[in-house]
Design a protein around this ligand. Sequence first.
Ligand SMILES: *[C@@H]1O[C@H](CO)[C@@H](O)[C@H](O)[C@H]1NC(C)=O
Ligand SMILES: *[C@@H]1O[C@H](CO)[C@@H](O)[C@H](O)[C@H]1NC(C)=O
Ligand SMILES: *[C@@H]1O[C@H](CO)[C@@H](O)[C@H](O)[C@H]1NC(C)=O
Ligand SMILES: *[C@@H]1O[C@H](CO)[C@@H](O)[C@H](O)[C@H]1NC(C)=O
Ligand SMILES: *[C@@H]1O[C@H](CO)[C@@H](O)[C@H](O)[C@H]1NC(C)=O
Length: 567
Amino acid sequence: MGHTMRSSLRRIGCGGGGSAVGSRHFRGRFLLAALVTSAAVAVFVAFGRPFGDTTWSGDHYIIPSSRSTYDSHFSADFPTSPPTREFVSISNSSVSTANVVLPPVLAPSPSRNGVLDDAEMDDGSPDLKETPLWKEVANTTDANVPPFLVEPHSSPLENSAATNVHSDGPELRMPPLQVQVTGPLTSTDQQLVYAKGEISRAPIVFDDPELYAPLFLNVSVFKRSYELMENILKVYIYQDGSKPIFHRPQLKGIYASEGWFMKLMEENKSFIVKDPNKAHLFYLPYSAHRLEQALYVPNSHNIQPLLIFLRNYVNMISVKYPFWNRTRGADHFLVACHDWGPYTTKWHHELLANTIKALCNADVSEGIFIRGKDVSLPETSIRNPRRPLRNIGGKPASQRTILAFYAGQMHGRVRPILLQYWKGRNDDMKIYGLLPKGVARKMSYAEHMKSSKFCICPMGYEVNSPRIVEAIYYECVPVIIADNFVLPFEEVLDWSAFSVIVAEKDIVNLKDILLKIPQRQYATMQMNVKKLQKHFLWHSKPVKYDIFYMILHSIWFNRLNHIQTEQ
Ligand SMILES: *[C@@H]1O[C@H](CO)[C@@H](O)[C@H](O)[C@H]1NC(C)=O
Ligand SMILES: *[C@@H]1O[C@H](CO)[C@@H](O)[C@H](O)[C@H]1NC(C)=O
Ligand SMILES: *[C@@H]1O[C@H](CO)[C@@H](O)[C@H](O)[C@H]1NC(C)=O
Ligand SMILES: *[C@@H]1O[C@H](CO)[C@@H](O)[C@H](O)[C@H]1NC(C)=O
Ligand SMILES: *[C@@H]1O[C@H](CO)[C@@H](O)[C@H](O)[C@H]1NC(C)=O
């Protein structure tokens, strides 16, 4: 398929000394889950340095309880029965969906098909909708997938939506799969154990010209972990899988993050290795958006063909190569921005439970995205792939005259409530549905964001929205309203330093919440947003600490959190 692997030119930067460090229970992530889901208080806002810091202690990554204003019911000691997500043992290895009667899987949310979900239609740019590719991949039933992909399955593909079975088919009722790795640590795993130990002893960073400490939970940990990633990490990219679903990045539209990541990952000569035995991570190089375009029959409301396709792909690589079975997929990762990214993994149990998933749709309430293992992928809306940074920037804090701005479509549960309370209510709060033409003529969508103190980012059909990164590009403090959403790069970033999180139930108090933030503190947050920007920018050739490396870093970091340190 014309895709060639490049060999690594760089020497692995560390000895493979496998100094095991302590127990391997990972604790702490659920605290942030609690922050986001907590309905108790609407907003957590911390300025400058957070109240506490995140530390590695031994190999425990600890987020202290004092980070926000309203988590005081968590003591500094973490609950002793944390949701352990480590390698335990396989309770039932005969898990298979082959003989389960599979209901049609209804699409969990309507297909946005790459169209901007917001009001940014007023700037005269062409619609981002692309011609569906599904005709190219003519047949998607099991009978027609290439022979090596075929697996028995007993349900017809017709859309018998009448049964109205929701997407939670039988597969999610299976016990969560857990992994027991037998045999000695591989030398690559030993390197990860080494890295983990090094990070726990990270030298304290006082003043790094490239890293603005207030943005990070613990800048010392981030810097050291990033450095080790650069020196150690090797990624193997499977060549299997044909275009367009595999190996054909799409660089435009609201799902562009998955495409940009794929392109930059496949191009990077220093991270990828030809020899999979040298790899720490294995990339499944497909696009969830192309999967939808190729296999979803428009208006069928049935995503079953997508599920079958991915299941078969993973079965194929796990038979053809020894790598998947070594960790039951735990050192494999995928990067999917399409809303259906999480749902399409559900018919392969190990893919669902073990594989590191970088997902825009990072919703912890659905039982697919797992905090601390999976990675929240920022959704970035790219209009012009040649100039991804077009039009970034915005007014200084003092010249932002609009208190809060939102314009966009009425997707999902939150936006209608937002409009119900705030549309047309108040001059300070510019809350619209689609930006009215008359308003847009005077001030475009982007100009609104550049001139507002706060940019409201309510969830759409799913928890994620490209607005968060848009706000960062326009130097507007994002106000995120999406319960259960895991914020991008939460492993390392302190979102309270540059954003406001409002619980869905507190939309009614939105204006009060924003007005209570003193001007001086607002100015600090806004400056932090500007400092944050570089971590969310795409470059055709990646730049240190940019969004590409941030994504890869979070994948690396979460893999380290799960690496076995004892054998
Ligand atoms: C950051 O993490 C390092 C390494 O675990 C730790 O020594 C340090 O105290 C932490 N920094 C802060 C400010 O908590
Ligand atoms: C494993 O799963 C199969 C099929 O679901 C079931 O029949 C069997 O009893 C299970 N075994 C154990 C040990 O749970
Ligand atoms: C798709 O598969 C069906 C059933 O196997 C077959 O009749 C049809 O010709 C196929 N279509 C294409 C375009 O290959
Ligand atoms: C690949 O990554 C390395 C390490 O960060 C970087 O120095 C190099 O410029 C990247 N190469 C390409 C082609 O992106
Ligand atoms: C991996 O395990 C599966 C069953 O769990 C098996 O069918 C497959 O052959 C194994 N792959 C290899 C390469 O041994």
